[in-house]
Design a protein around this ligand. Sequence first.
Ligand SMILES: [Zn+2]
Ligand SMILES: [Zn+2]
Ligand SMILES: [Zn+2]
Length: 139
Amino acid sequence: MKDAIKQTLNEFHLRHTSCREEVLDSFFSANYALGHHDIEEGLKDNFDRVTIYRTLKTFVDKGILHKVLDDEGGLKYALCREACAHNHHRHDHVHFKCEQCGQTTCLETTHIPAVELPFGYSRRETNLLIQGVCPLCNK
Ligand SMILES: [Zn+2]
Ligand SMILES: [Zn+2]
Ligand SMILES: [Zn+2]
């Protein structure tokens, strides 16, 4: 696991800091999207909010993480998978939030259908959050 973290930081030419390593570790260990609170709770060392915020912003800018809109107006983050090359991000997948366990997951292979916009509107990004019950809670 640690190797994957070092490899990722090297691959994106990022300096290794304990905050970056620990934040990445949280994302590699969880296979669902994490919010600020989840991230803070999962860190072994105490980093101030600004440091964590900057780390997340760097990861989003570099294309290691992408933002996931939550219901209740919150924001979560998820790892960019194979679909994202370094300079070509594809986040046209659906996010699913389970109402029972509260976890939000990237449905990588479920694409958001094309939506026509009225004249004069230009799209920057599209988000689709589906809420319901996940397979684990559906058992
Ligand atoms: Zn991406
Ligand atoms: Zn669930
Ligand atoms: Zn996603």
